[in-house]
Design a binder for this molecule. Structure first.
Ligand code: HEC
Ligand code: HEC
Length: 331
């Protein structure tokens, strides 16, 4: 049985729960090793002292560093703030162009929110959930905290849930969805490499981009080096992931970057969908991706909302268009 996203949109929670249940049963064998829990998560997010002042301002405390990604995961148009905190006097160490090595006690924080009206941020925002990854004794642990309606505190939630969200987009369109907060099994399904939990976004190639900090534009990796939280190397020697939806990159580059961050965490030789042999990592040579053979299926699955398997409740129309444009170049 497959999870039908259509069923989720029009419908009933029971269909959804059934879908996840079925997924869980086929997943148990796959995820044997990922229950290596080395962190007891606190019941409330405030225990971690991530933000100061009114939480809704999302002002990080010293030690929590903002980071950006060249290409990001689509999650029903939610805005995201990403933070990383390392233990005192430690660094991220470059291994290759992928994930650096992270010291124990590294904490990565991702807050999902919506502007009430994306045309005017002064009209306020609604924080939905804050997801954490914490490394301890060599293993990553993950959890999410769901914000209360007063936006004063977020509470640990392992079981997943849905919440209605309404907002106005940057182009003035009114949107209303039933946003899905993933359960812990869903988190593990995406953050899985050979049955171990891993971070996905902060690969060096995906952070190798210009950022503007206090009005000063600089390479993000060089910026981290200047903060003393990244080992010394020349960022020019690191690959840079293209930015999906930036026309300065070719359609192929944009699409491969999009597939890397929206599909490849499952569709890789170590991921949950390794059995499909459809591998969409940016670094995978094209003739080893099997995209050529499966290109029409990719369009079909994304059009129907069947892929990505988890993490969205609506079709990402811009992403679908990009995949279609890319597939057209392969004909
Ligand atoms: C559909 C797949 C998917 C699911 C489900 C998912 N994540 Fe992620 N997560 C990603 C991807 C891809 C990124 C990196 C891209 C980005 O940040 O936009 C990411 C990023 C993160 C980050 C920032 C560090 C990193 O790995 O890049 C944290 C923390 C995180 N996820 C925690 C969680 C938790 C906790 C859950 C469950 C409540 C969860 N995730 C569910 C795919 C997923
Ligand atoms: C949460 C994990 C996950 C994510 C994320 C994901 N997939 Fe999949 N995908 C699967 C699994 C598992 C299968 C095999 C079962 C099935 O077909 O439903 C699959 C199957 C497929 C297939 C069918 C392969 C075949 O020929 O049988 C296509 C095409 C596909 N995915 C495309 C995508 C695209 C495109 C994305 C990103 C937009 C994506 N998937 C994201 C887990 C995932």
């Amino acid at each position: 049985m497959k999870i039908s996203k259509k069923a989720i949109i029009i419908g009933t929670l029971s269909v959804f729960v059934l879908g996840i249940g079925a997924l869980n049963s086929c997943k148990k064998d796959n995820l044997k090793g990922s229950d290596n829990i080395t962190v007891a998560f606190q019941p409330t997010l405030s225990s971690y002292h991530i933000f100061h002042g009114t939480p809704g301002n999302m002002s990080p405390n010293p030690g929590f560093h903002l980071y950006n990604l060249a290409t990001t995961l689509f999650t029903d148009y939610a805005e995201k703030q990403r933070l990383i905190k390392l233990p005192a006097d430690s660094k991220l160490t470059k291994l290759d162009d992928g994930l650096p090595s992270f010291p124990d006690s590294t904490m990565i924080v991702k807050t999902f929110y919506y502007f009430n009206d994306a045309r005017d941020s002064t009209k306020g925002k609604r924080m939905i959930e804050t997801r954490l990854l914490i490394k301890s004794q060599g293993s990553w642990n993950l959890a999410t905290y769901v914000w209360n309606s007063a936006q004063t505190e977020a509470y640990l939630q392992q079981s997943g849930s849905n919440t209605d969200v309404a907002w106005i987009t940057a182009t003035g369109q009114k949107m209303a969805i039933s946003y899905h907060i993933p359960n812990i099994r869903e988190c593990q399904t995406c953050h899985n490499s050979n049955n171990e939990i891993i971070p996905i976004g902060p690969k060096l190639r995906n952070m190798n981009m210009d950022v503007t900090v206090n009005g000063h534009t600089q390479n993000q990796l060089a910026y981290f080096q200047s903060l003393g939280i990244m080992s010394t190397f020349d960022p020019n020697g690191v690959q840079a992931l293209p930015q999906a939806f930036d026309p300065k990159f070719s359609v192929t580059d944009q699409a491969r970057a999009y597939l890397e961050i929206n599909c490849a965490h499952c569709h890789s030789s170590t991921g949950f969908a390794k059995g499909t042999k459809l591998f969409m990592g940016y670094a995978v040579p094209f003739d080893q991706t099997d995209i050529e053979k499966r290109k029409d299926k990719m369009v079909e699955k994304v059009t129907k909302g069947e892929m990505p398997l988890l993490g969205t409740t609506i079709v990402h129309q811009e992403g679908l268009q990009l995949i279609k444009d890319y597939v057209a170049t392969l004909k």
